[in-house]
Ligand binder design. Structure first.
Ligand code: PGA
Length: 254
């Protein structure tokens, strides 16, 4: 314990033009200058990746995409491949976000293919899992997490799982202003870690980083990070403002 580097990621979703993205990064990099002990990741929309990469030059802030297709190239109109993301300097890629599961009907089978493709091309996935409100009310939170983790990670090599980032994002807490309590966040993360230990081994489970996501803000990040199994956060709404996101990163350092 205590060896996992915290990782705070901004998921801009479908926000910001190229000019807005540049402006954001110019401000943000000044605000976090000199910060250490936490890995920072920005996931702009595809269209802003080259500009954000340029503006991040000379910083340790990592670049992520919000999704990708699972083939390196081919007849997949509208899709973006892992090779293209590598070419743009991405280190990370968000996979299986609940908005893609819901609006784009992504299945665990597809998500598993995307995870394999990400690792095969040197990208580190940030895999999102989480239960819906009706699951939680029906007492099915752990059953849903288990189903997703088993299916999404099926067949992955131990070494890949060890460097994976998993974001535990209860769907009911995303964009709703309703954050899971730090205890609920820790329970979810702990359950996922125990499952990874069961499916692979304890060392692998201790090495994988587990973020919490869902209405993370400057006001609640410290309490979330104080939990043993929460290694970071995936931040949507509050990451759109550079000052708010910088404050989240600052408070996450403990
Ligand atoms: P939110 O989104 O912070 O706006 O709740 C989190 C996410 O969807 O990753």
């Amino acid at each position: 314990m205590g060896k996992r580097e915290p990782i705070i990621a901004a998921n801009w979703k479908m926000h910001k033009t190229v000019a807005e993205a540049r402006e954001y990064v110019r401000r943000f990099r000044e605000l976090v200058e000199g910060f250490s002990g936490v890995e920072i990741v920005l996931a702009p929309p595809f269209t802003a990746l080259p500009a954000v990469r340029e503006e991040l030059c000379g910083t340790a802030i990592a670049l992520a995409a919000q999704d990708m297709w699972h083939e390196p190239l081919g007849a997949y109109t509208g899709a973006i491949s892992p090779l293209m993301l590598r070419d743009l300097g991405c280190q990370y890629v968000i996979i299986g976000h609940s908005e893609r599961r819901e609006h784009c009907k992504e299945t665990d089978e597809l998500i598993n293919k995307k995870l394999r493709a990400a690792f095969a091309h040197g990208l580190t996935p940030i895999l999102c899992v989480g239960e819906k409100l009706e699951d939680r009310r029906a007492g099915l939170t752990q059953a849903v997490l288990e189903r997703q983790v088993r299916a999404d990670l099926a067949g992955l090599a131990k070494g890949d799982v060890a460097r994976l980032v998993i974001a535990y994002e209860p769907v009911w807490a995303i964009g709703t202003g309703e954050t899971a309590s730090p205890q609920d966040a820790n329970e979810g993360a702990k359950f996922i870690r125990a499952l990874v230990a069961k499916l692979w081994d304890e060392a692998t489970a201790q090495s994988a980083r587990i973020q919490y996501g869902g209405s993370v803000k400057p006001e609640n990040i410290a309490a979330l990070m104080a939990e043993e199994n929460v290694d970071g956060a995936l931040v949507g709404g509050a990451s759109l403002d550079p000052a708010a996101f910088a404050e989240i990163v600052r408070r996450a350092r403990g």
